[in-house]
Design a protein around this ligand. Structure first.
Ligand SMILES: C[S@@+](CC[C@H](N)C(=O)[O-])C[C@H]1O[C@@H](n2cnc3c(N)ncnc32)[C@H](O)[C@@H]1O
Length: 211
């Protein structure tokens, strides 16, 4: 157990109408914050300059990390949902964290000066097993619908991971058992440079892996 704790950011500003349009902070959101808290000493040791959350949603996760680490790092978020990007910046601002977001697929619109220099990368992806065509059926569906094995979105990120992370970068990815975490580990190892381990397993099939 880490001796340093992470405060859950306040997100009272998100109205019911907002939460009809973006992914509401949920059990998996808080599990990811718990995983970051568990690893916080290691993250501090890394002295990260750039932290980025893909699929930033409400902004609660990157804001929690930003509150714990402070302004020595820069914080970025991306989301395919433009409204989520706006709300995430608000969440960060209201909790004293400066966050710059980009509305894009993964990190496609993030400046090259940031890509390749990300020390802490976070993703709570759309991981639920669904029909493939559900993935893009609505902005909210694209928050959770993951297609076959719940991996259709996640798998598309893996080939570019090595060019997104800095040489010392770590990647926190939330998975559940239907996503076949062991298979994900071996796919990542095939890309050559990754070693992965589970940080938290909540016993109900959801895991956070650090890569
Ligand atoms: C499960 S939600 C997580 C939201 C928030 N990070 C949290 O933990 O509460 C997944 C988020 O990823 C976004 N998303 C889905 N596919 C994406 C992609 N290809 N690139 C960027 N964001 C994506 C969704 O819009 C959604 O906000």
């Amino acid at each position: 157990m880490s001796e340093i704790s992470i405060k859950t950011p306040s997100f009272n500003h998100l109205s019911a109408a907002d939460l009809d349009l973006i992914y509401a902070p949920s059990e998996d959101t808080f599990l990811l914050i718990d995983a970051l808290e568990k690893d916080l000493k290691e993250i501090f040791k890394l002295e990260p300059c750039i932290c980025l959350e893909i699929g930033v949603g409400s902004g609660v996760v990157i804001t929690a990390l930003g509150s714990a680490l402070g302004p020595s790092s820069l914080y970025f978020g991306t989301d395919v949902n433009e409204f989520a990007c706006k709300k995430a910046e608000e969440t960060a601002h209201l909790n004293g964290v400066t966050l710059k977001t980009f509305c894009c697929n993964f990190v496609d619109s993030v400046p090259d000066s940031v890509k390749g220099s990300i020390d802490v990368l976070i993703f709570n992806p759309p991981y639920v097993v669904t029909e493939s065509d559900e993935i893009l059926s609505s902005p909210l569906a694209s928050a959770w619908a993951g297609g076959e094995k719940g991996r259709e979105v996640i798998d598309k990120l893996f080939p570019s991971l090595s060019s997104i992370l800095s040489p010392r970068g770590v990647f926190y990815l939330l998975l559940e058992k239907n996503n076949k975490p062991k298979e994900v580990s071996s796919i990542l190892e095939q890309f050559g440079i990754f070693k992965s381990q589970a940080v938290i397993d909540n016993g109900h099939g959801k895991k956070n892996c650090r890569v």
